[in-house]
Design a protein around this ligand. Structure first.
Ligand code: PEP
Ligand code: MG
Length: 783
């Protein structure tokens, strides 16, 4: 038998149909409302690879060095090719299709969800098995391919990586697949039948409009309801602003994300009666299993369906049952498909520590201020990031653009690598999340689940919780960015702000800055998950422009009519290589000295042209507050190339304000030529200018102590450039991290810089420092 009906399996069948199917069968057996379906057994996968004779080749293809990312990518591709291109035996096809057809109603084809269901023989953490693969709204045409894609998900790079790293044989892993009728959910979400960390009898429900994927993936902030089982009443209702929902497109059957109509966004999703019904079901599931459960549910046409139930694994063994508070109910609980099993092995085990040095587990650079406590969540490069929950301290080698949603959820961020100007440092400051970077070995020393206190000022991670820790704040602490004293210091030198993620626009504008001195677009582009070339090939140039326009507009709107300096892309090849389509990126020994910034843009004008076309469209839309800035130029030849491309894109360099970054000693030394070539402004990128002047890699923690933006050599280049620019009528600015340092601010104002652009959290201090220096200069001149 290739397939088994869910109603015919139970918890004892994990080895045959995998954990997910077994659990659904168990629930059906207990009389709970589960949509019907069947499982393609693990044995079917095994027979398929063995009878087709692809098993040996498959296992050989995935036996690669896990640290070699090119080899991993090839292994994934080869495994997928073998599985997807080998035909299914006729008997298996027939069996799957006939069970599927039996699910149709009134002659209509059923829409089904197709999900991987890992077997117990896999590693304890189910996320190793490729269990993430889920396809929604599948119909007959795609069904068999989707089943095979679930099989192939056993060999994603991530899955191969972990098994190889841990010496777990690929041959020992099997996978089953669940095919289950879709519930066309009007509302859905998750429910914890007891408090997820203390086990207290308190139900937490998260709910949003449409399909549950939006809640599980963190795309939407759901409503949160807390129900006290002791008193049998709803305790707390927190209605969220639910901006989007996932629904089935009536025409194509595809799952699409839609904006929620204005009036429904802040409407309560669940009534008290619905909460009561959900709780009753939750109690039945908990009774059935004898342990608190994490349940995915959906409501359609007034009926509640249970889509999945798993034991909550985050309950602390030492927890008393009565200390629960609603506020932290959802914190630390595993929700998505990935993180449930075994994720909190050490949760809460560490003692609450004092604050002496003996408690310091690791230390590094304090990159974003604040003190927070939380459970360590180790995230490796290829991990699924849904395991980082609200309030966790995320610990990783180095952050990447696709980690930003997880970084937002985290209470604090810790990285092994990187300096004060690394991705992790820049983004965590903008998110307002405390961070310690470049600690060297946090991912090896810190244990997953351990309670720690991160001090983003001192750069330390201590054992235990701290009394001085701030409660983990949700992202968007706009109020925190707003200066406490409402009176803005009036300064002749403009004080602007840096923005790297459009989501920070509101916080940035709340600082009262005079504009944006640097809007980086790397994050907008890299978070598309594809190289610009691949994105354009797949979706068209217009779609690529649209992505840039959307991000830039969010910032330009927030600041209008204050000026916003948007910079063309400057990402090194090693970051592009991580993206889909990045396989062909050159392998550079030192990407910082390599093919980045304007060099790449001029050599490879296609994506560059689209960036400029996006800016041209923004000008056409009326965003006359935009100024375009170009990174990593060296000389007049670069600037001439830039001006030519601007003209081609329909941006007249004579009538629009534009300029360049001064990031190489060459550009500082060539400033007269650059001015001659037509720039309106020059902005010091001290992150790069320092690394290139001192030959100190800005992201290398081993030389972080030598990274000194106030080094006399760096100051000399800056001072001389300002002087020349003043003579030539070119504005000067700073947008590197050093613009947030009081000593640099004082130096620049003395030299006569036109503007300073600082981090969100530093703007008010910089305004005061500028004012103090300007007043001193004035006094000096009259004394
Ligand atoms: C700089 O180099 O100082 C700068 C602001 O650019 P980035 O940090 O993006 O390289
Ligand atoms: Mg730079």
């Amino acid at each position: 038998m290739a397939v088994l009906l869910l109603e015919d399996v139970d918890a004892d069948d994990v080895g045959t149909v995998g954990g997910k199917a077994a659990s659904l069968g168990e629930l059906i057996g207990a009389g709970l409302p589960v949509p019907p379906g069947f499982a393609v057994t693990a044995g079917t996968y095994r027979t398929f690879i063995e009878e087709a004779g692809i098993d040996a080749e498959l296992f050989e293809a995935v036996d690669v060095d896990p640290e070699d990312s090119a080899a991993l990518r090839e292994a994934e591709e080869r495994a997928a090719e073998l599985i997807l291109e080998t035909p299914l035996p006729d008997s298996v096809r027939e069996e799957i299709l006939s069970e599927y057809r039996a699910m149709g109603e009134d002659g209509e084809e059923a829409f089904v969800a197709v999900r991987s269901s890992a077997t117990a023989e896999d590693l304890p953490d189910s996320s190793f098995a490729g269990q993430q693969e889920t396809f929604l709204n599948v119909r007959e045409d795609d069904l068999l391919r989707r089943v095979k894609e679930c099989w192939a998900s056993l060999f994603t790079q991530r899955a191969i990586y972990y098994r190889q790293q841990r010496g777990f044989p690929h041959e020992d892993v099997d996978i089953a697949v669940v095919v289950q009728r879709m519930v066309d959910a009007e509302k859905s979400g998750v429910m914890f039948t007891s408090h997820p960390s203390t086990g207290a009898p308190q139900v937490t429900i998260e709910a949003a409009w449409g399909l549950g994927e939006a809640v599980v993936s963190g795309t939407v902030s759901p409503d949160n309801y807390v129900y006290d089982r002791g008193r049998a009443e709803v305790d707390e209702v927190t209605v969220a602003d639910k901006k989007v929902e996932m629904v089935k497109d009536a025409e194509t059957g595809e799952t699409v994300q839609l904006d929620v109509a204005e009036d429904r966004r802040t409407e309560r999703v669940l009534s008290d009666a619905e909460i009561g019904d959900l709780v009753a079901l939750g109690e039945r599931v908990e009774d059935h299993y004898g342990t608190p459960q994490d349940v995915e549910w959906a409501i359609y046409d007034g009926e509640i369906y249970m889509l999945q139930s798993r034991p909550i694994t985050t309950i602390r063994e030492d927890a008393g049952g009565d200390e629960a508070t609603g506020a932290d109910a959802a914190a630390g609980a595993a929700t998505g498909d990935g993180g449930a099993a075994g994720s909190a092995a050490n949760g809460g085990a560490s003692a609450v520590g004092g604050e002496d040095e003996a408690d310091v587990l690791v230390d590094g650079l304090g990159a974003s201020p604040g003190v927070v406590s939380g459970a360590v969540r180790i995230v490796h490069k290829l991990d699924h990031l849904d395991q980082v929950q609200d309030g966790d301290v995320m610990v990783t080698e180095m952050t990447m653009p696709d980690m930003v949603p997880a970084m937002k959820r985290a209470a604090g961020i810790v990285t092994d690598e990187g300096g004060m100007t690394s991705h992790a440092a820049i983004i965590s400051r903008e998110l307002g999340v405390p961070a310690v970077v470049g600690n060297g070995n946090g991912t090896r020393v810190l244990e997953d689940g351990r309670q720690v206190t991160l001090d983003g000022d001192k750069g330390t991670i201590r054992a235990g919780e701290s009394a001085s820790a701030e409660p983990g704040e949700e992202f968007e602490p706009v109020e925190a960015a707003r200066p406490e004293t409402p009176v803005k210091p009036m300064t002749a030198t403009e004080v602007k702000v840096n923005v790297s993620i459009p989501e920070a626009a509101e916080r940035a504008a709340a600082t009262g800055a005079d504009g944006v001195g640097l809007l980086r677009i790397e994050h907008m582009v890299l978070s598309l998950g594809k190289t610009p070339e691949r994105y354009i090939a797949d979706h068209g140039a217009r779609a690529y422009q649209d992505e840039i326009i959307e991000g830039v507009r969010r910032v330009a709107d927030e600041f209008y009519p204050r000026p916003v300096r948007v910079r063309t892309i400057d990402a090194p090849t090693d970051e592009f290589r991580e993206l889909e389509g990045g396989a062909g990126e050159p392998a550079e020994h030192n990407p910082m000295l390599g093919w980045r910034g304007i060099r790449r843009s001029l050599d490879k004008p296609e994506p560059f042209q689209q960036e400029l076309a996006a800016f041209a469209r923004l000008y056409d839309m009326g965003y006359d507050n935009l100024e375009v800035m170009f990174p990593l130029v060296n000389d007049a030849k670069d600037v001439e190339g830039i001006a030519r491309h601007m003209r081609e894109a329909g941006i007249d360099p004579e009538t629009h304000r534009w300029g360049v970054m001064i990031e190489t000693p060459a550009s500082a030394l060539q400033i007269e030529d650059l001015a001659e070539a037509g720039i309106d402004f020059a902005s010091f990128g001290t992150n790069d200018l320092t690394q290139y002047t001192l030959a100190v890699d800005r992201n290398n923690e081993h030389v972080a102590g030598r990274f000194d933006e106030l080094h006399p050599a760096v100051l000399r280049l800056i001072g001389d450039t300002i002087e020349t620019c003043r003579e030539l009528g070119v504005d000067t600015s700073i947008c590197g991290q050093a613009g947030s340092k009081p000593e640099m601010v004082e130096f620049l104002v003395e030299k006569g810089v036109s503007s300073i652009s600082a981090n969100i959290d530093a703007v008010r201090d910089v305004q005061h420092e500028v004012k103090r220096t300007e007043q001193r200069l004035l006094l000096d001149s009259v004394r």
